[in-house]
Design a binder for this molecule. Structure first.
Ligand code: ATP
Ligand code: MG
Length: 586
């Protein structure tokens, strides 16, 4: 410790939003360079390499082979797949001295596809899985939470290549099993959820989410075991309702009711229902967005959903990707005079309507459902407007918020919401990249077929933070043994030279026994040494102090705080047993 390049901090860094960030900086594992950019200090770098090692071992175990691409990549392959445009502001772009365009790789599908195309040509060469552990660059809109969302970060990405769907399924299953092993070894609690495949195209897709209160991903679980990222939840549509006996739609004066609450209150006061009171879910809220396509063009999109729900902007974004939705501005309303802000109704919406504005509805808005909704006149609403009779949407969209207690798609009961951090993502890409870049092989019949790919990512640097997040306590970091930068932190607490000499002696013996020891040989007070050891989170703390005079030293478990005295003569064997998990106590 007297030589280790580290300075622990007693105060939280000002920009730390989440525990992992706070503790990793305070314990001297990482230092911030700029938003989303961090330097790894010796302690942190050891943990990062341990995560890499676990990932490497499990990838090698399924027969995947490690390669390494540049991080600096030419534009052309990304142009060919459309991602040069699709990635938008998220990609770091640069020019060389000759004016040629380059990028810093945010993910490498194109490069792997081209490499395999370069060298392989027959079904006999497949299946193949390749991976790399690589620094990735993404100009994230909100780099936050330290390593959890960096602009430069370490990812393991792998890609599988098969001749047919069956092969792809096998490669996918192998990766899925490898990921289960990786995340079990990393030692945090996680769930596997259905996911959207996003900008990459493709079909089957699952995410591994670490359970975390501060996670950016919201997912749902059902009593029957269904689990999905909220972005991927498909709302089960209710049965259609017959509407032959529905009264005709009628427009009513509803002054000063621009919000659902004011509308429901007024409806109950002025137009009471005979069966029950009006609820927000009886109203149809129409929210208009301005959609920006990747070519820069814009068009409005109206979304109709039950008034007791908001549009979930992440769910909407996942549906529209790579296009983006922005709120409809006052200027937009001015240039679309058919839309009356606060009173927008379906009768002026739809591609075939006078406004020609695309109108998509929540899946709950099925044929025969009856609504109270805007009449496209200030201060007026229409009642008993029947879907399928009085208006016909252009389709449905999964953009409404998912609420705790919503019925699960598997019919097993209510959905429960929770938060997590995306640690890994596996998905069946299909032929998108192989088609765009012409990766074909000859099949058994001598026919050229397009290769089918899968793509699989693990957030390696993010895992360091996620494990820290999941294991830290109120005193600091608390590493699981497999990831800890050292096995033992050995504290010499006292001024006596003989005490330090014994500590050095034990450290040397432990070192020879293959135990990685961090010896605190500083001329600092015991209080400082204890506090630093707790902050740094090395799993076993050994204290050589006052007890030495009676031939005793102390072993302390960082996580449980459990302490025990052992005789000096037994110390080596005891510590080795603890470190190798052969001892029940400590
Ligand atoms: P997110 O939704 O969190 O932005 P993503 O869907 O963009 O993630 P992928 O493109 O699937 O992520 O990347 C694979 C893995 O890389 C993710 O599962 C995650 O663990 C990690 N990762 C992605 N973006 C970042 C980032 N900005 N910082 C650290 N790790 C990241
Ligand atoms: Mg992302």
């Amino acid at each position: 410790m007297s030589e280790l390049f580290v300075r622990t901090l007693r105060e939280d860094p000002a920009d730390a939003e989440v525990p992992s960030h706070r503790w990793l900086v305070r314990a001297g594992y990482i230092r911030r360079v700029a938003p989303g950019l961090y330097s790894w200090l010796p302690l942190g770098y050891r943990v990062l390499r341990k995560v890499e090692e676990i990932v490497r071992e499990e990838m090698d175990a399924i027969g995947a082979q490690e390669v390494h691409f540049p991080a600096l990549l030419p534009r052309e392959p990304y142009e060919a797949t459309g991602r040069w445009a699709e990635y938008g502001d998220g990609m770091f772009r640069l020019r060389d001295r000759k004016g040629a365009d380059y990028l810093l790789g945010p993910t490498h599908e194109e490069m792997f596809t081209l490499l395999v195309k370069d060298l392989y040509s027959s079904y006999k060469d497949l299946p193949l899985s390749l991976y790399q552990i690589q620094t990735k660059y993404r100009d994230e809109a909100r780099p936050r939470a330290g390593l959890l969302r960096g602009r430069e970060f370490v990812m393991k990405d792998s890609y599988s290549f098969d001749v047919d769907e069956e092969g792809l399924q096998k490669s996918y299953d192998l990766h899925r099993d490898a990921y289960i092993k990786i995340f079990n070894r990393l030692g945090f609690e996680y769930v596997i959820v259905h996911a959207m495949s996003g900008a990459m195209g493709g079909s089957a897709s699952e995410e591994f989410l670490a359970l975390a209160e501060y996670g950016e991903d919201t997912f749902v679980r059902s009593p029957g075991g269904y689990a999905a990222n909220v972005e991927a939840v498909r709302v089960p549509p209710p049965p259609e309702v017959p509407y032959h006996d529905a009264p005709p739609a009628h427009v009513e004066d509803t002054p000063d009711t621009p919000t659902i609450e004011t509308l429901v209150a007024l409806a109950n006061a002025r137009f009471p229902r005979s069966d029950q009171s009006w609820q927000p879910s009886d109203t149809l809220k129409n929210v208009v967005f301005s959609v920006k396509e990747i070519d820069g063009s814009r068009h409005p999109l109206a979304i109709g959903l039950p008034g007791d729900r908001e549009v979930d902007l992440k769910r909407l974004a996942a549906q529209l990707e790579p296009a983006e939705a922005e709120p409809f501005s006052d200027a937009d309303f001015t240039s679309h005079p058919l839309l009356v802000k606060g009173y927008v109704g379906p009768q002026v919406l739809g591609l075939n309507s006078p406004s020609k504005i695309k109108y998509l509805v929540d899946p709950r808005v099925v044929s025969g459902t009856r609504w109270v909704t805007g009449a496209n006149v200030p201060g007026r609403h229409v009642f008993d407007l029947v879907c399928g009779r009085d208006f016909t949407p252009d389709g449905t969209i999964e953009a409404a918020e998912i609420k705790n207690g919503d019925p699960a798609p598997d019919g097993s009961g209510p959905l429960r919401l929770a938060r997590g951090i995306e640690m890994g993502h596996i998905f069946q890409l299909g032929k998108k990249y192989a088609e765009a870049l012409g990766l074909k092989v000859l099949d058994q019949n001598g026919k050229l077929v397009t290769v089918i790919m899968g793509s699989y990512g693990v957030g390696v640097s993010r895992a360091v933070a996620a494990v820290a997040e999941g294991t830290a306590d109120e005193k600091g970091l608390c590493w699981p043994r497999e990831l800890a930068p050292y096995d033992v932190q050995l504290l010499a607490t006292g001024k006596d030279e003989a005490l330090l000499a014994s500590a050095v002696d034990l450290a040397v013996q432990l070192d020879e026994a293959g135990v990685r020891v961090l010896l605190d040989d500083r001329r600092a007070s015991p209080g400082v040494k204890f506090a630093d050891a707790e902050l740094m989170g090395i799993p076993t703390i050994v204290i050589i102090g006052r007890g030495l005079a009676e031939g005793r030293i102390e072993l302390r478990d960082r996580r449980s705080g459990e302490e025990r005295q052992v005789a000096v003569a037994d110390a080596l064997a005891e510590i080795v047993a603890v470190v190798h998990g052969r001892s029940a106590a400590t």
